[in-house]
Design a protein around this ligand. Sequence first.
Ligand code: ZN
Length: 479
Amino acid sequence: MYRWATRADRRPRIVGVVRTKSRTLRFRAILGPRGLERDRSIEIAPDGTIRAVRAVHAGNAPYDGGLAVPGMPNAHSHIFQCALAGFGEEARGDDSFWSWRRAMYRLADSITPEQLFDIARYGYARMLRGGYTYVAEFHYLHHGADGARGPETTQAVLAAAAEVGLPISLLPVYYRTAGFDGAAPHEGQRRFAHGSVAEFMATVEALGPAVAGVAPHSLRAVPAADLAELVAAVDATLGPEASLHIHISEQELEVEECLAVRGSTPVDLLANTVELGPRWSLVHATHATEAERNRLRSAGARVVLCPITEAHLGDGIFPAREHFLAGGAAAVGSDANVRISAIEEARQLEYGQRLRDRRRARLATGAGAGPVVWSWLAEGGGAAAAGSGPAGGAGAPMRMGRIEPGYRADFVVLDREGPHTLGHDWETLMDAWLVGGDERDIEAVYVAGERRVERGSMAGEGEIRSAFGKAMREIWRAT
Ligand SMILES: [Zn+2]
């Protein structure tokens, strides 16, 4: 019996609540597809999508908030890694990605479904508070600690998101081999691994409608023949629109091994094996060559950048400015979840480019950096989720990432009273938020037209926090 199963009296607040009436919210400004627009009302249909955006007479209404910007879709998360922040940091001669990965395996090896629920619930609550209004969970902790098959860990993750009201799509991860040479998974990977595409797809089908697509873990973990077979199986079971996400070209060593063993760099190998297209999200792509970046752009695929995690792991800096100027699409992911803040990911992205180039305003246009970077990543995140199924409820895929009719009414509302926005006007506020702000500048977060966070507070946060602390103590005392 799992703890959440005993909470039948506490109905999870499922997003996409069925309302019988539409409603209207008024904001002093919105960040629309054409930029900043003053004094707007947003009519929200009963299903939580935007029905209309209209001008209102300035000062002629009680306003529901300051500047509403699109909620940020989080296109890449491993929620259990919330428990890992601050572990594996010691220098032991080989202070690298690979030593962190060993610490991650230690955690993955021991965490129980009950602990995972408490860890995930706290992490997802922080996502909502940090400006994320959707998460694509790259889920690879499939099996029990003894390797036994069962849906418990997946149910824990889904229940955690439902309880805090964060829409989630599950991307079950296919993990077959330990390296490019096709070696069998080692002991630390037994909770991730499947022995064949058929076995994996049976797991996927058992998970039901929360599945938005599938994630072949990486080219290291999935042989080329399996990759082609996997895509065919996804087409047959989830449909040709289902999302496909993959970790790619994250570490230089990975690129070198791929070239040595498979005779090609990773993005080229992927594009030579499957048909790249808009359903593909390439996570990191840090070391993709210019030719590879051109190739993924012309296929309509996008990159998912995780700048805090990429900095944390010492991956390197993706040439985001070049990709941006070439018209490429990008989404953002909180990935290892060491720090969960959508604006801080955007800042790390922009600042990484500044440090590389020793120049300012790398992802900016005449409209400033804040609105441009935020809109770019929100739209890319919406595209990463598009075609990905229900995203939190039954029915057609929800469109996300814009304040425009037809899109889900997900907003982050900023005001001029935050520690980093105080004294700004609406036109400069997002630049101030980008260069220095954090979640304390957020007035409210709306998901599908429902206010989930107000001034940093959420329902039930005391219990969520203490359960996380307890789970952390149990996990790390036991390892
Ligand atoms: Zn990842």
